[in-house]
Design a protein around this ligand. Structure first.
Ligand code: SAM
Length: 356
């Protein structure tokens, strides 16, 4: 397994910095959208090589380029001080970063003060058996687990390196701790499209929501063109509605999914449809990579370097100035396209850079 060799963080009192920064204004972009949700990719490394996400032979960042866990804490805390209420750690695979539990532990102080509403993660589940209890102890209540199939052979083919049984054991461990689990599945043409009803009934039968995601054109992935993987969720929904009663819900988790209630199972089914229907007008999110690069939109290349101002001074003034400047440039929306005239990815960067 890949793991990043980073020293566990030293204890440091960031609360005074957060208190000071609380006098600063909340983050509102030039379209009037309040930024209340930060996703942080804590490592670009992963123990899987999902075919739609990465090529098999990826060049990962040198460890020296990564923010330390202490710097990640400082960065997240600066956003919390500016009104971010929901923090999701992602990757790469967040649970392969060495010492990651200390970051959850230190960030949980913002839950205790009520400044942060939710501390959560998106994981492939491979390490959950090991970490579920600690995550629960540090205030994590809901997690997203990515799982595209319940067929062990297909699972190996999609993830290249993964074992279904490890992920299922991880889900068991998370549920045994009382964590609410949401399953995220990427809808893949000719791969899992026939399995979606089975996934839905399995997830709902275990009390878990299921969210389906359209393949997004991020990064060169080597074998297999995106066009061959792309399955519009409008089509999936139409097929599901021949079999199930789907009732639109107002339910929101702060993310981009739109939910329906499945009458026959009683469970919730979400759709994340950046291609067939974009959701930019209500976007409340920004993303930071493990090197401290802030992406104001998942689907655009514009970014701001926060590592430099973070490292330039002990005070957070430069950091806040850089954040303000970047949020002022948050674009109105993205323009992903997958069609025959655009066979190259819309963006060169892979999903493991910014996280899902
Ligand atoms: N390793 C963690 C995991 O597996 O959930 C977190 C990072 S992973 C990049 C986050 C999510 O992005 C996963 O649900 C994954 O399936 C999804 N993903 C990766 N590449 C994608 C793509 N090109 N289009 C749509 N979803 C993608």
């Amino acid at each position: 397994m890949d793991s990043v060799d980073v020293e566990p963080m030293e204890s440091r009192d960031f609360d005074s910095a957060v208190d000071g920064a609380l006098k600063r204004s909340p983050l509102i972009d030039s379209f009037g959208r309040a930024i209340s949700y930060l996703r942080v990719s804590v490592t670009d490394r992963c123990d899987f090589r999902c075919v739609y996400c990465m090529s098999e032979h990826m060049a990962f960042l040198p460890k020296a380029d990564l923010l330390t866990l202490e710097e990640l804490d400082r960065l997240c805390s600066a956003f919390v001080a500016r009104g971010v209420r929901k923090l999701r750690l992602t990757g790469g695979e967040p649970l392969v970063r060495r010492g990651i539990v200390t970051l959850f532990s230190s960030l949980s102080r913002h839950l205790a003060t009520g400044r942060l509403e939710e501390l959560t993660l998106t994981t492939n589940g491979s390490q959950l058996s090991k970490y579920a209890a600690e995550l629960k102890a540090h205030g994590v209540r809901r997690i997203n687990v990515s799982l595209d199939t319940l067929d062990a052979d297909k699972f190996r083919a999609i993830t290249r390196w993964g074992e279904l049984k490890d992920v299922l054991a991880g889900i068991d461990a998370a549920q045994a701790q009382g964590l609410a689990v949401k399953i995220n599945a990427v809808a893949l043409k000719g791969v899992n499209e026939d399995e979606i009803p089975a996934l839905l009934e399995w997830a709902h039968g275990r009390g878990m929501d299921l969210t389906l995601i359209e393949v997004m054109p991020l990064g060169e992935i080597g074998d297999g063109a995106r066009l061959d993987q792309y399955l519009p969720l409008s089509m999936v929904r139409a097929r599901l509605s021949e079999r199930y009663t789907l009732e639109d819900l107002d339910y929101r988790t702060g993310g981009p999914a739109r939910y329906v209630r499945v009458g026959e199972t009683g469970g919730r089914l979400g759709f994340i449809t950046p291609l067939t229907h974009n959701f930019c007008e209500s976007c409340n999110r920004v993303r930071v990579t493990c090197t401290g690069t802030l992406y104001m939109c998942l689907g655009q290349t514009d970014a701001a370097d926060l590592r430099k101002p973070l490292r330039a001074s002990e005070s957070d003034d430069l950091l806040h100035a850089a954040i303000d400047e970047a949020i002022g440039r948050k674009p109105k929306g993205h323009d992903f396209v997958i069609d025959r005239r655009h066979r190259r990815p819309a963006l060169a960067r892979h999903m493991n850079v910014t996280g899902g």
